[in-house]
Design a binder for this molecule. Sequence first.
Ligand SMILES: [Zn+2]
Length: 61
Amino acid sequence: MKHVCALCGYVYNSDKGDLENGIAEETDFEDIPADWTCPLCGASKEDFDLVEDDDVADEDF
Ligand SMILES: [Zn+2]
């Protein structure tokens, strides 16, 4: 599942987590600590939107 930052377009992919910021792979967005912020622009979790479709390119497929 993916969530996209409404401010800068950064995509959080729950399959990959955010290792640079201490979020392990396969961490659901809802399980990320509330104080986590967008790695690119510093937006809070509340500024992220669920990506309903899979338009985002994914190299794994
Ligand atoms: Zn952002």
